[in-house]
Design a protein around this ligand. Structure first.
Ligand code: ZN
Length: 168
């Protein structure tokens, strides 16, 4: 069965910056492969385009420019927030909020959004909400391991159930 919309695809991959000699950013191997519902809109469209129509056992190697991936980093995503937002009982927990740390927050619609602490000032905290891979050219290599039909339930939920997926 080929990779395509509404298929559950299991794959392994190595993500590097720029090209085959680039620094390894992420490695997903067979002990814990990546399982995802193809065409559900949860992955980068350019990533899925490069996997479309492949068969189990096929390998892949492709580039994504920063534009095709997570976009350029933007000064607009660097935001100074009132320090009180981070305080618990009037105190900042230095284990959670410190320069260089990623902090799990929410946007105005309640969606999860991770930001990196750039600076802690007297009255404010400067946060960078750019995607960690913003501005980076990416290079993926990997192998398609398995392709199966998604179940009705998976399609209605928009994600994979069972092995490698959501258990609920
Ligand atoms: Zn579900």
């Amino acid at each position: 069965m080929k990779v395509g919309k509404n298929k559950v695809v299991t794959l392994t991959y190595v993500l590097r910056y720029d090209n085959e000699k680039g620094e390894v950013v992420q490695e997903v191997n067979e002990s814990k492969p990546f399982v995802h519902l193809f065409g559900a809109g949860t992955l980068l469209p350019a990533f899925e385009e490069n996997l479309d129509n492949l068969n189990p056992g096929d390998t892949f190697a492709f580039h994504l420019s920063a534009d095709e991936a997570y976009g350029e980093s933007s000064d607009k995503a660097i935001i100074e927030l009132d320090k009180s937002i981070f305080e618990i009982d009037g105190q900042i927990d230095g284990d959670l909020v410190a320069v260089g740390k990623m902090v799990a927050m929410q946007d105005e619609n309640g969606r999860p959004l991770d930001g990196k602490v750039l600076a802690i000032k007297e009255e404010s905290v400067v946060m960078d909400f750019n995607h960690p891979l913003a501005g980076k050219n990416l290079y993926f290599t990997g192998e398609i391991k398995e392709v199966r039909e998604a179940t009705e339930e998976e399609l209605s939920h928009g994600h994979v159930h069972g092995h490698g997926g959501v258990e609920h």
